[in-house]
Design a protein around this ligand. Structure first.
Ligand code: ADP
Ligand code: MG
Length: 151
């Protein structure tokens, strides 16, 4: 997997990184967004969603596992699986409305057990560097699939 590392010094830069990566996404893509509370996951997703044409305010899902937003050519799904301890024991259809064709999905706190998330194309990991600085690693999972000989 190729990993690139970026350091941002304010939320705006993290949003800009989201926007930049969004430009390379296509229909059905899933982006995993990991990192501690307050590390900037939702901020990153906000930048990406804006770049895809979402005009509604992007807020953290609180009473459901996700939100769906109308974007220019797609629907942007924003999932937060923090409260799902074990996705394997949930209804298998739980994520279906948020993933797949006609959608581009961003998943905060992706659970390792989630088979539906195994086709993710990017894995973004944020961490605190003190103050407003954040260390952000972007792993391109698409290359792994190519290396495995999978389509
Ligand atoms: P998470 O979804 O990971 O819990 P949020 O994006 O909701 O995090 O919150 C991150 C908070 O940190 C926001 O209040 C944001 O303004 C602030 N912040 C400060 N510096 C940065 C940065 N460089 N990147 C992202 N967020 C930052
Ligand atoms: Mg969040």
């Amino acid at each position: 997997m190729s990993v690139s590392v970026v350091e941002t010094k304010d939320p705006r830069e993290t949003e800009a990184l989201g926007a930049e990566l969004a430009a390379g996404l296509k229909d059905g893509d899933v982006v995993l967004v990991r990192g501690e509370l307050g590390s900037g996951k939702t901020t990153f997703v906000r930048g990406a969603a804006r770049a895809l044409g979402v005009t509604d305010p992007i807020t953290s899902p609180t009473f459901s596992i996700g939100h769906r937003y109308r974007a220019t050519d797609t629907t942007v799904s924003h999932l937060d699986l923090y409260r799902l301890v074990d996705l394997e024991h949930e209804d298998p259809g739980l994520l279906a409305d948020y993933l797949g064709s006609g959608r581009i999905a961003f998943v905060e706190w992706p659970q390792d057990a989630a088979g539906e998330l195994s086709s993710a194309c990017l894995r973004v990991t944020l961490s605190h560097l003190g103050g407003d600085r954040r260390h952000i690693e972007v792993g391109d999972l698409r290359e792994d699939a190519a290396e495995d000989g999978r389509p």
